[in-house]
Design a protein around this ligand. Structure first.
Ligand code: SAM
Length: 491
């Protein structure tokens, strides 16, 4: 991207943000007012890239309708209506650009996020009809929301948003009370994030530079990163890894621990290769830095064909990419030369240990089949349980059954009736949500009672089964159930 000259309009200066914020709020340009105006069906259609119904619903000249047409539908609007909706600050602030005579259009996408925040990003047609510019700063996408939802919200003093883009993660970190630093290599992204923060009335320290370089020597209580992890040609700043293969995800995960204060956490999205003949866990597991608890969640696994198609569609790219010797073919050939069997997408949660003497807990889970993707509450639960489990001799643990714990037995039909096929435990909030168990573990879980140390529970069941060592053999499995939250350590 060296020497690339953008054709995108300049990002409006933050100087005008307070006046614009007042105008946007006065117009009731909030997420809930827009939802109420459009209704759920039209709102869902717009989210699917079908703007026709929203256009009809916003054909009036109220300030709210005008702002939706400008900033969410990317439509030209009569200058007088647009300036009225923005209290006369539209063109002077740079958020409106002249279009035809007497008509203006938006210079950027400016969308309410909740009822007091506004997120600035480059404008995309709702239909995705135009290829994205390489240096475009994209708005809140599905990866952004995955990270927003999965980040454990902890009481922290300092937080870092690595690769801030439109600045959405920084808003959430600030809302949790942290002093927030946000970094990006893209000057345009930093300008957009500054505008997002200023329009939302939030303070964020913004620093330019590669990955952690701008915060060298500093420590944070919480780090979040939705870095450009897409494995393939480096064409879009917002998403494509600038390092070969999965090098960027590796770099972010291995480096994160250096910038974490003791007890600090990092929640990071990433992507890695499963090479021919290799287990999907292998590469990501090798990147977990020493001195950290780690929870790795596999969220998606695509074969190279699916991977390339997904990301070509994401950039709204034209059909030429599929032409002979086009981008798609070159991309697939490159993945083949790297012996990529699958491309894994996931999330890594790290927690820096507070004492050198502590032994880290590393869990690598495939959560693709879970009914709900793991959220921050479940990740926080995992962190809390790992702490509780570390501090005790396992036989002294007191374990309770979590509320809503379920035992499931499955059977398959055979010629004689029903053949037992598996036993599992499930609990709301557990991570993983369910685990396969056997009859011995079912008996042990049944006897778990916070009044009894686990050792006593094991001895009790072992004695009942007439097998002295039976319980001890099951000890590691009971600890794993407690780590998952299918049992709960009680102080
Ligand atoms: C996928 S976007 C994430 C934006 C935002 N944090 C979110 O969650 O929606 C990745 C961001 O990382 C930035 N970026 C790309 N390469 C980077 C690097 N080497 N160091 C820091 N940031 C980088 C991009 O400019 C882009 O803003």
């Amino acid at each position: 991207m060296l020497g690339y000259v953008t054709s995108l309009p300049p990002v409006p200066s933050v100087r005008h943000a307070p006046a614009l914020r007042d105008a946007l709020l006065a117009a009731d340009y909030t997420a809930s007012a827009i939802s109420a105006h459009l209704g759920p069906t039209v709102e869902r259609a717009l989210a699917r890239g079908e703007p026709a119904a929203a256009r009809r619903a916003c054909s009036g000249t109220s300030a709210l309708e005008t702002l939706v047409r400008l900033f969410l539908l990317a439509e030209p609007v009569a200058t007088a209506d647009a300036e009225m909706a923005l209290d006369g600050k539209g063109r002077s602030s740079g958020v409106l650009l002249p279009d035809a005579r007497g008509v203006v259009r938006a210079a950027l996408d400016l969308r309410p996020y909740g009822d007091g925040w506004f997120v600035a990003s480059d404008l995309r047609l709702p239909t995705g009809a135009l290829t994205l510019e390489p240096d475009a700063v994209v708005g809140i996408g599905s990866a952004s929301m995955t990270l927003v939802t999965a980040t454990p919200r902890l009481p922290v003093a300092t937080a870092l948003d690595l690769g801030t883009g439109c600045g959405v993660q920084a808003l959430h970190l600030a809302a949790a009370g942290a002093t927030v630093t946000a970094t990006d290599t893209s000057t345009r992204a930093l300008e957009m994030a500054a505008l997002t923060a200023a329009l939302s009335g939030v303070e964020v320290e913004l620093l330019a530079g590669n990955l952690f370089e701008p915060v060298a020597g500093r420590l944070f209580d919480q780090v979040v990163a939705n870095p450009p992890f897409v494995i393939g040609p480096n064409r879009f700043t917002y998403r494509d890894s600038a390092l070969p293969a999965d090098g960027l995800t590796a770099e972010v995960i291995t480096s994160a621990a250096t910038y974490l204060a003791p007890g600090g956490t990092a929640t990071m999205l990433g992507s890695w290769l499963a090479l021919e003949g290799q287990d999907w866990q292998e590469r990501v597991r090798s990147w977990v830095p020493p001195g950290c608890d780690a929870l790795v969640l596999l969220r998606e696994l695509l074969d190279p064909t699916e991977h390339v198609a997904l990301w070509l569609a994401d950039g709204d790219e034209a059909l030429e990419t599929e032409a002979p010797d086009g981008v798609a073919e070159a991309w697939l050939a490159d993945l083949e030369s790297q012996q990529a069997h699958d491309i894994c997408y996931g999330l890594v949660l790290l927690r820096k240990l507070t004492e050198l003497s502590e032994s880290p807990r590393i869990s690598v889970l495939d959560v693709r089949a879970e009914p709900q993707p793991p959220d921050g509450v479940r990740l926080r639960g995992w962190l809390e349980r790992v702490t509780a489990l570390r501090t005790a001799d396992p036989r002294n643990l007191r374990l309770a059954k979590p509320t809503g714990l379920e035992l499931h037995r499955s059977f398959v039909a055979d010629a004689d009736g029903w053949e037992p096929d598996g036993i599992s435990l499930r609990a709301p909030g557990a991570l993983p949500a369910a685990a396969e168990v056997n009859d011995l573990l079912v008996a042990l879980v049944k006897e778990c009672d916070p009044a009894l140390p686990l050792g006593a529970v094991l001895d009790l069941v072992a004695a009942g089964a007439g097998h002295k060592h039976l319980g001890d053999d099951a000890l590691p499995a009971m600890v794993r159930l407690a780590e998952a939250g299918l049992l709960v350590p009680v102080a």
